[in-house]
Design a protein around this ligand. Structure first.
Ligand code: FAD
Length: 338
């Protein structure tokens, strides 16, 4: 227990909450309150908490508070649940107060706009239920996804040989966080460049992100995979252009990929195009100290100049070696490689 009375426990809520109730002694806990969620595993947890509290004789109160808009104000109804440490409505009202007292600008506009995306994915989950986790997504579209374990591991370990992807994946592994720009890029890379089963990426994010949210994560992955509601079906990010746009001097890459720390400027985004002498000056040996790219998309050349060497392509040809799914997976079929 911390000094302000907040108790922090690790474990399953349906087990830990009754333990706390018992430790505090009979009659001490008047009620257990939580915000209602939207997805099936979380709804099962809620049912477990309700049951366990009922057995302890403690009242349960739940409320819908996780979104800016209330679900009753939408043209469809659902009886799902939500949780959160700060309410989006509190943020909204603070921003409105700030705009009134100080100034309204692009930043205040965009925070509210981004919160609407968050609402959007939660309402998508309410509307489509478990289709959020289907391989074919909410569109029911059948795409031949690969299950190449080697490629997946290169992606998740930040060893694809594509520096912008690797830097983001390593940041997430070290801190549990990745920027929205990074998430969009690594998701596009996994689904559109490597053509791997999008659920591999979504599950990996679920296991790594400190801000994991089922609806935002799976909704965004579906969107990236072209299986959500995005009207632009063939949206694909260009890793080299994005790297140069958002990290023009390459500082972000050098921070998270120390093998490339002596590669100068933005050229770090296309390290495979460097001459042998530039590589050896930076103490980089491709295929040894840092991988050759697992794939090179043709459109990258437009942004890397004429120095892109296609000879550097070393695509993994392995047909994949799917292992059993993790027992905690959200998906009904076992063909997921971990
Ligand atoms: C593949 C992928 C997976 C994602 N997984 C998650 C996740 O598990 N949990 C999560 O909270 N967000 C997720 N996001 C959304 C977004 O990346 C994060 O909310 C954002 O990085 C948080 O950083 P911020 O607070 O600086 O965001 P800001 O840009 O400051 O936005 C403010 C808030 O708006 C919301 N928001 C912004 N963008 C999105 C978005 N695209 N979708 C939903 N909400 C958004 C977040 O609550 C965020 O904190 C994911 C995005 C992608 C592309």
């Amino acid at each position: 227990m911390v000094s302000n009375g907040l108790i922090i426990r690790r474990g399953k809520p349906e087990v830990v909450i009754p333990e706390i109730i018992q430790q505090l002694g009979p009659g001490t806990v008047q009620a257990v309150t939580f915000q209602e969620e939207a997805t099936s595993e979380e709804l099962d947890v809620e049912a477990g908490v309700r049951k366990a509290c009922g057995q302890c004789g403690v009242k349960v109160q739940s409320l819908w508070g996780h979104t800016l808009f209330h679900r009753d104000d939408l043209p469809f109804s659902a009886k799902q649940l939500a949780i959160g440490c700060i309410s989006p409505r509190q943020i909204y009202h603070e921003i409105k107060r700030y705009e009134k007292e100080r100034t309204s600008n692009q930043s205040t506009y965009w925070v509210i706009f981004e919160l609407l995306w968050r609402d959007y994915f939660r309402f998508v989950a309410l509307k489509y239920g478990n289709r959020l986790f289907y391989l074919s997504g909410i569109q029911g579209k059948h795409i031949q996804w690969k299950q190449d374990k080697k490629l997946f591991e290169a992606w998740k370990d930040g060893r694809t040989g594509v520096p912008f992807v690797d830097a983001n994946m390593r940041e997430m592994a070290a801190t549990g966080f990745m920027s929205n720009r990074g998430r969009q890029n690594v998701a596009s890379f996994l689904t559109k460049d490597l053509k791997l089963d999008w659920r591999l990426g979504a599950e990996w994010f679920e296991s790594m992100l400190v801000d994991h949210d089922v609806c935002s994560n799976y909704g965004n992955w579906l969107y990236s995979a072209g299986l959500g509601n995005d009207p632009r079906e063939d949206r694909k990010f260009n890793m080299v252009k994005q790297g140069l746009d958002y990290d023009p001097q390459g500082d972000y890459v050098r921070l998270w990929v120390p093998e490339l720390k002596d590669v100068a400027g933005g050229s770090v985004h296309t390290v495979w195009t460097l001459s042998n002498s530039a590589l050896s000056k930076a103490d980089v040996s491709l295929g040894e100290t840092y991988p050759n790219p697992v794939v090179i998309a043709p459109e990258w050349a437009r942004h890397a100049g004429k120095t892109v060497h296609y000879a550097a392509i070393t695509l993994s040809q392995s047909s994949g070696n799917p292992t059993q799914k993790a027992s905690t997976t959200r998906f009904g079929n076992p063909a997921i490689c971990k």
